[in-house]
Design a protein. Sequence first.
Length: 144
Amino acid sequence: MFDIIKSKTVLLTWGIGLSLLAGSVSAHNQSVVESETLLRSSASWDGLPYVAYPSGSPELTVLKISIPANTALPWHTHPMPNAAYVLSGELTVEKKDIGEKKTLGAGQVLPEMVGTLHRGLTGDLPAVLIVFYAGAKGMPLSQP
């Protein structure tokens, strides 16, 4: 009888040990998820606060925009909040009314202006952007 109890205790101990070992091995092999806030803003890059999102059925749009070197984009406005992430190159944004400028490089994020004429300019290198627009269904992303 003692041998049966001893055997059950050994088996139970082995079972618990294997379970703990399996748990530590699977925990050891799991990747760690990291998160970094790239932008949190309630105002555009020139400091003007966002007033509201457009009314209507929400529509998110994400564009990858490639701009050749030595290019000046046309003057334009955006009717909704949006943000641009610079994947590569360098981009200078310029406000038309006062000529205020801001230059961004790879890995930087820009909260775009709403309703203000501006443009983007590249230098000797092309720029690639990922732009996130928070608009409404059927709304144009930019206007001249």
